[in-house]
Ligand binder design. Structure first.
Ligand SMILES: CC(C)(COP(=O)(O)OP(=O)(O)OC[C@H]1O[C@@H](n2cnc3c(N)ncnc32)[C@H](O)[C@@H]1OP(=O)(O)O)[C@@H](O)C(=O)NCCC(=O)NCCS
Length: 166
């Protein structure tokens, strides 16, 4: 498996992987591929990484800047993340997340948040953090991972592209 940043001609393959991964997801409204496109159009895809096997795009992860009501900078939101259904549970998602977090750390990012299943994201160090809130979800599904020693406190907002609709 090979992880690389997205290139200009990857948009369709990323949309296809994302659509396939979320097709049967119980909490998806199938707009994830539109969110990625809107982030790209807004130049807000801070990191967009692909996983390739034998030249086929099998996974993708996006990171975008989030706002925090205390004015803290340097925090990012993980997601959407997608792995083709037939390629799941092979470690591809783990490699995409670990690679993305390493790149954020190397870039001196302050931290990362994710909205998702704690059973999956806790293995990467994400934890429920009382100081960072996201009113749209039950608290246990919003997790944070500080990447530096500084602290942030407040309400977290994702980029407006996350409201992208068909
Ligand atoms: C979530 C996703 C990216 C994980 O990718 P993956 O390549 O299958 O993950 P990995 O192989 O690295 O890890 C698999 C492990 O994660 C677990 N896992 C995967 N999704 C999970 C979830 N939603 N909740 C809890 N555990 C989950 C698997 O059971 C497996 O556990 P094990 O290591 O104990 O066997 C992939 O399942 C996917 O694309 N799902 C559909 C889209 C989605 O749900 N995206 C995330 C929305 S928050």
């Amino acid at each position: 498996m090979h992880i690389r940043p997205e290139r200009a001609d990857d948009a369709d393959a990323i949309a296809a992987v994302t659509h396939a991964a979320f097709q049967d997801h119980p909490h998806s409204d199938q707009t994830e591929h539109l969110i990625i496109a809107a982030l790209r159009a807004a130049d807000a895809l801070a990191l967009s990484l692909l996983a390739e096997v034998d030249g086929q795009v099998v996974g993708h992860i996006a990171f975008s800047p989030v706002s925090i009501s205390d004015g803290s900078h340097g925090w990012y939101g993980l997601g959407p993340i997608s792995v083709l259904p037939e390629k799941q549970k092979l470690g591809i998602g783990t490699t995409l997340i670990e690679t993305g977090l390493s790149l954020l750390r190397a870039d001196q990012a302050q931290g990362c948040v994710v909205a998702g299943d704690p059973a999956y994201y806790q293995r990467f160090g994400f934890r429920h953090n009382c100081a960072l809130t996201y009113p749209d979800l039950p608290a246990e599904y919003f997790l944070a991972l500080p990447l530096q020693t500084g602290s942030a406190q407040g309400v977290v907002s994702y980029h407006p592209a996350f409201s992208a609709q068909a």
